[in-house]
Design a protein around this ligand. Structure first.
Ligand SMILES: Cc1ncc(COP(=O)(O)O)c(C=O)c1O
Length: 390
């Protein structure tokens, strides 16, 4: 028997059209002219779950706009971190942040003085480099090689650690490499950090977006020793398409969280009451249909993209294990910025140049695939035509 509910719900994720997206708000579809399909930003072309909308509308109707205490939200988040991430935390271990980005800056402020060394993978989501830059710390790049399947080479990491290393900065699942770290890789990082007493900051924003039944493992859950040295951050923007709520949270040992609060007093004020009003809905079992539907759709889109990339000559695209960001390499003797310009002008497609993500991103383009089958097919038609002219 056909599962009608399932069909209706799958259409929910496959409904984006160019016209519809151009009529909707959000920077993704409005940065470039309307004849350009945007693939540059990690934002989804899916509707918001009705449960989330209802929670936001209810908060406005209840006039939940006074000064308010965030303890209840932190208790809910602590419960989620215990259940999903396996950390034995309470509300006092949780700090709510305005999205995930402030957590990077906070971790650097906490762990480093100007001039200290911070290990960052290359490629890496570029705001990590920006955070290193603005805190006048020194990035030490830990290269990830596409030819090695972007494995996290622990021997290489060992060689990079010096007396001045104060922080290891990782992202799992990884933007832009699309890797989900294995237990062995995580253990390798944890062993080095514990052995050398180095703090670790892990961005696990993409924890929900993992493919092929892979397990997302929270680094800090590996042992009490690594938990003591780790700041972990999460958010809602990627899984629920609510980047505009600017809602993130981190977990760390209580003394660390107390210091993070001191460092940021008067600068960071957590999240708004409206953003917090959506948290119970987003953590609820009632959104199971959304999480399952999202991953079913993303599996289908990922497989479609992989099939179509295989048909394109001169393009190498590693298998996507996590995130909805693909990071193909174009072997056409062009730099990322040349490719970006060519695709924009010739194919009317806007990617992110791979070089934005580090030296190892040169020759790559990053592509957000969180859209409909129809749009993805149109993207590949345009890409194919443009590449055939080279
Ligand atoms: C790895 C990673 N961390 C942080 C962010 C920023 O997330 P937010 O907008 O929720 O702060 C992104 C956004 O794409 C990301 O990919």
């Amino acid at each position: 028997m056909v599962d009608v509910t399932c069909m209706i719900r799958d259409e929910f994720f496959d409904s984006a059209t160019v016209e519809g997206m151009l009529a909707a708000p959000g920077v993704k579809w409005h940065r470039y002219p309307p004849d350009v399909i945007p693939l540059w930003l990690a934002d989804v072309d899916f509707p918001i779950a009705p449960e989330i909308k209802r929670a936001l509308i209810n908060a406005v109707q209840d006039e939940d706009l006074f000064y308010s205490d965030d303890t209840k939200t932190r208790e809910l988040l602590a419960e989620k971190v215990r259940r999903k991430n396996g950390l034995d935390v309470k509300a006092e271990n949780i700090m709510i942040t305005q999205g995930v980005l402030p957590a990077m800056w906070l971790a650097l402020q906490y762990a480093c003085k100007p001039g200290d060394e911070v290990i960052v993978t290359d490629p890496m989501y570029y705001p990590f480099y920006t955070a290193v830059d603005v805190t006048h710390t020194k990035p030490v790049r830990w290269p990830l090689e596409m030819e090695e399947g972007y494995r996290f080479d622990i021997e290489r990491l060992k060689e990079l650690v010096t007396r001045r290393t104060k922080l290891i900065f990782v992202c799992n699942p990884h933007n832009p490499c699309g890797r989900v770290m294995t237990r062995e890789e995580l253990k390798g990082i944890a062993d080095i950090a514990v052995d050398r007493r180095i703090m670790v900051m892990v961005d696990e924003l993409w924890e929900e977006i993992v493919f092929d039944g892979r397990e997302h493992i929270t680094l800090a859950s590996l042992s009490p020793e690594i938990e003591d040295l780790t700041i972990t951050s999460w958010g809602f923007s990627k899984a629920y398409g609510v980047a505009g709520l600017q809602l993130g949270y981190l977990s760390a040992p209580k003394d660390v969280v107390d210091d993070l609060r001191k460092i940021s007093r008067g600068v960071l004020r957590g999240a708004s009451t409206l953003a917090r009003a959506a948290v119970p809905a987003m953590l609820s079992k009632d959104l199971g249909w959304y999480r399952e539907g999202l991953m079913r759709h993303l599996h289908m889109i990922r497989d479609l993209c992989e099939r179509r990339f295989k048909e394109l000559p001169g393009v190498t695209c590693p298998k996507l294990e996590g995130t909805y960001l693909m990071f193909p390499k174009f072997n056409y003797g062009m730099s990322s910025s040349q490719l970006h310009k060519y695709m924009l002008e010739e194919a009317k497609l806007a990617f992110s140049p791979g070089s934005e993500f580090g030296y190892k991103g040169e020759g790559h383009l990053r592509m957000c695939i969180a859209t409909s089958t129809a749009i993805i097919n149109e993207v590949f038609e345009r890409m194919e035509r443009a590449l055939s002219k080279l």
